[in-house]
Design a protein around this ligand. Structure first.
Ligand code: NAI
Length: 260
């Protein structure tokens, strides 16, 4: 188990699923955990309520979190059934706004870990939409953005995660002078309250994926990897996207390029 004694770690999405499990695991590793969620997160050392779809709430939360943070785990997220506007707000614009609002107050050597997804694997094919989303600073511009780029509810989830993967890579050295790094973790299907929402949207494609998987992931499969990325032992891992998916990334990639 990672040793995180003396470290203070902020976990968004700490009220449920992967975020709740990560908060518990980090505490077991000795960290002090600040849970950030729109719903109460029992079991964390300090809880701060935030609506990650609202820039005002995000700035207030960043102020309340304050300084002295050693790691930020951006885990809160919405499934595609919640609609394109909300999905892009919470999964990318809100995540970025919180990270940027906190960045000046991180401790040197801090680690930022973003929960992306296997759904982000198509980023090389989506450069124009990703660049335009990264250029969007006004949360209220999302409806126009979705219209211009033909982003419907189902597509919005993939796009949010593709953008998160690219944004993570682009931030590999943003705070290198302070030893601060950013990485992301990409799980395959994990058994949490939002899994049914994914399956509803993905339909036949999800059924195909499930046929080749021996089992679903659990939050406990993902939490230790997030904790490792928070720890000083992972200091040279920067701008990486690490799959945690029972082999699905390897499966899809080898099939895509004809290595059957
Ligand atoms: P979950 O629904 O169990 O937890 C999501 C958490 O985010 C909840 O506590 C919720 O209250 C919080 N949240 C949602 N909207 C918010 C808002 N506006 N403001 C503040 N908090 C908000 O979901 P799960 O499965 O634990 O997902 C965690 C992350 O993992 C998400 O980013 C998701 O996209 C990602 N992921 C999940 C997979 C799965 O199959 N469950 C697969 C790959 C990635």
């Amino acid at each position: 188990m990672m040793q995180l004694r003396g470290k203070t770690v902020v976990v968004t999405g700490a009220a449920s699923g992967i975020g709740a499990q990560t908060a518990e695991y980090l505490k077991a590793c000795g960290a002090t955990v600040v849970g950030v969620d729109r719903n109460p997160a029992p079991g964390v050392d300090r809880f701060i309520a935030v609506d990650l779809s609202d820039p005002v709430s995000i700035n207030d939360a960043a102020k309340e979190i304050g300084a002295g943070i050693d790691a930020l785990c951006n885990i809160a997220g919405l499934p595609p059934t919640r609609g394109a506007n909300a999905v892009l707000r919470v999964n990318f614009l809100g995540l970025r706004a919180l990270t940027e609002a906190m960045s000046g107050r991180f401790n040197d050597g801090a680690s930022i870990v973003n929960l992306a997804s296997l759904a982000g694997l198509g980023w090389p094919q989506a450069a124009p939409a990703i660049k335009a989303l990264m250029a969007l600073r006004d949360f209220d511009g999302l409806d126009d953005y979705c219209r211009e780029h033909g982003v419907d509810d189902a597509r919005s989830y993939f796009l949010s995660k593709e953008t998160l993967v690219v944004w993570t890579m682009l931030n590999r050295w943003t705070w290198r002078d302070r030893g601060i790094r950013m990485n992301c973790v990409s799980p395959g299907p994990v058994s949490t309250p939002i899994l049914d929402d994914f399956l509803k949207t993905l339909g036949a494609r999800a059924e195909e994926d499930m046929k080749v998987m021996d089992r679903l992931g659990t939050p406990a499969d993902v939490a230790p990897l997030v904790a490792f990325l928070c720890s000083p032992q992972s200091a040279w891992i920067r701008g990486s996207n690490i799959p945690c998916d029972g082999g699905m990334y390897a499966h899809v990639l080898t099939h895509t390029y004809g290595f059957e």
